[in-house]
Design a protein around this ligand. Structure first.
Ligand SMILES: [Mg+2]
Length: 243
């Protein structure tokens, strides 16, 4: 679990509002690792399994780490990974990821910093709903300098199914923040799979165009709000905390 000190509800700005909770996807929503995650996966397959790139033409957007592993094993061997292969693959992936993130250029996306500051200042519980395994999430957010904003989350290490890990993240947020109603829980993501995960969990979705999905596909997914990015702070806050 990602833990960090966080202001209590009704924090420094003294704003009071009905309970709200926000859970963010990472890749394409909060930041771009400029390929570090994919490079680490490819190095892991080459090193641990002595196999060529299994990802030709593969779309990583919105996929969970265990789902990506399963798909790669299906492509390579026509079966899913054993539990031993999964733990070996993830351990190796995380070592390569940490190595790559130490030197690559991690870009925090437009508006993310000010939005996270505002949510913290307003005491709004802020977490993660990400397909990254928890340690991978920690490494990426730490490289972007934004790890300290997140108190809880659902991760690829909790479930292969994105809707299930989203439910887990929401349940952990409620365990910390109390009974936030479904209509005041927001998933922020960049892919149609974030939108469907929010629907699966019965909560709302703010989608952004900072990922890899064409606009018409994002619109067809039917998020509650679709923005180019998170840089229009007043619009984002009006959506999250109406009135
Ligand atoms: Mg994403």
């Amino acid at each position: 679990m990602v833990h960090a000190p966080h202001p209590a509800p009704g924090g420094p700005t003294g704003q009071s509002h009905a309970p709200v909770m926000v859970l963010f996807d990472i890749d394409g929503t909060l930041l771009h690792t400029t390929g570090a995650g994919v490079r680490a996966l490819k190095r892991m397959f080459a090193t641990e399994f002595d196999c060529p790139d299994p990802f030709d033409g593969y779309s990583f957007s919105g996929r969970t780490d265990p789902g990506i592993l399963r798909d790669a094993f299906q492509r390579l061997y026509g079966r899913g990974p054993t539990s031993e292969e999964t733990s070996r693959a993830l351990g190796s992936y995380l070592r390569f990821l940490e190595d790559d993130l130490a030197t690559c250029d991690v870009k925090v996306l437009p508006g993310v910093g000010p939005l996270l500051e505002r949510l913290a200042a307003d005491g709004i519980p802020t977490g993660l709903a990400t397909g990254n395994v928890e340690e991978g999430a920690r490494l990426k957010l730490s490289a972007g300098g934004i790890l300290h904003y997140f108190r809880f989350g659902g991760f690829g290490s909790d479930a292969e199914h994105r809707g299930e890990l989203t439910r887990t993240g929401i349940a952990r947020g409620r365990a910390l923040a109390g009974p936030v109603p479904d209509h005041s829980v927001f998933i922020v993501g960049d892919s149609p799979l974030d939108v469907s995960a929010a629907r699966y969990a019965g909560v709302r979705c703010l989608a952004v165009m900072t990922g890899w999905t064409p606009r018409e596909e994002m619109e067809a997914a039917g998020p509650d709000l679709l923005l180019d990015d998170l840089s229009d702070l007043p619009t984002v806050m009006r959506f999250l905390v109406p009135g």
